[in-house]
Design a protein around this ligand. Structure first.
Ligand code: NAD
Length: 289
């Protein structure tokens, strides 16, 4: 069968239109729109692009971001950054706070993440929010795994009892992804760099989520017939092209559904950040309608 493409770009565009309408309604009701502070420390080129895209996405749907966002020089001290986070935590107009990772080496990322009010942690990285997900009481969910779950939802496939194999065990993708799939009733295996015989795991997977950052790590011929493949990997080829962690062409011969790279998970990640900011806003204002 021919693989159906999980078009993250189109799905994200649809979700953002829904969010835009919801924000207009909420702003009208509460007299202000949700606010997201995006903090960048240093001049990392990739981070600058990510931050620009996030701010533009906010502007497009009516979230207030520019007013609260800052770019700080690379030599900014950890203490200064913590002071800024404390101010944003206390600012009632700020519903979400995002510190773009990675931060410069003299700053400890865990200390920064833990300093953000968990109710404003729209990246979903704070141990409180990860713990809520682990305890089956999700609050603000990590954006990339949350976006992957939305993509899986689009397939209409019931996830209960599905064999899911996640490749990668990072704090921002693999681990929360495992918790999401477990919550959804899948049987979950997490593979990582010490896993022996990755192929064996992939071959029995109904769902593969690849997030290792290794181009072509998951061979197309390993994929079980009619599996669903979500490729989180973003790898920059020498030819300037982006590829995922899965061999797309050969995998797509076998899958029921597969995400492209680019245009799969990427647009969903930012969308879930926007959605989390709206969720945080509603919770701050006690608006459950
Ligand atoms: P990371 O480097 O923090 O983690 C990579 C994980 O892959 C580790 O757990 C490691 O053990 C595992 N791994 C490495 N080699 C492996 C192998 N041979 N077999 C099995 N597992 C292996 O990376 P990350 O931050 O989790 O990101 C992973 C990829 O996803 C990167 O390409 C990144 O750019 C991409 N990413 C995409 C989005 C998006 O929105 N599309 C968001 C976050 C990350």
């Amino acid at each position: 069968m021919t693989a159906r493409i999980l078009d993250g770009k189109a799905i994200a565009a649809r979700l953002r239109l829904d969010l835009k309408a919801e924000i207009a309604r909420l702003a009208d009701k509460h007299g202000r729109a949700p606010g997201l502070a995006v903090i960048l420390v240093g001049e990392d080129a990739a981070s600058q692009v990510y931050v620009r895209n996030k701010k533009k996405a906010c502007l497009d749907i009516g979230l207030i971001s520019e007013e609260f966002s800052q770019t700080l020089p690379a030599q900014t001290s950890q203490q200064h950054l913590l002071g800024l986070i404390a101010e944003l935590n206390a600012n009632p107009k700020v519903d979400g706070i995002l510190v773009q990772m990675p931060v410069p080496e003299h700053i400890d990322p865990e200390t920064i993440i833990e300093a953000i009010d968990p109710g404003k942690d729209v990246d979903g990285f704070h141990p409180y929010n990860v713990g809520r997900l682990a305890a089956r009481m999700p609050a603000l969910r990590s954006c990339t795994p949350y976006g992957c779950m939305k993509l899986l939802e689009e397939t209409g496939v019931d996830l209960h009892g599905q064999e899911a194999v996640i490749v990668g065990a990072s704090n921002i993708v693999g681990r929360p992804m495992a918790l999401e799939l477990l919550l959804a009733g899948a049987t979950v295996t997490v593979a990582h760099k010490f896993t022996r015989n990755l192929q064996e795991h992939i071959e029995r997977a109904d769902i593969v989520v690849a997030a290792a950052g290794k181009p072509g790590l998951v061979r197309g011929e390993w994929i079980k017939k009619d599996a669903i493949v979500i490729d989180v990997g973003i790898n920059h080829g020498n030819d300037g092209k982006l590829t995922g962690d899965v061999e797309f062409e050969s995998a797509a011969q076998r899958t029921a559904w597969i995400t492209p790279v680019p245009g799969g998970v990427g647009p969903m990640t930012i969308t879930m950040l926007l959605s989390n900011t709206v969720q945080a806003f509603r919770e701050h204002l006690g608006d459950n309608q």
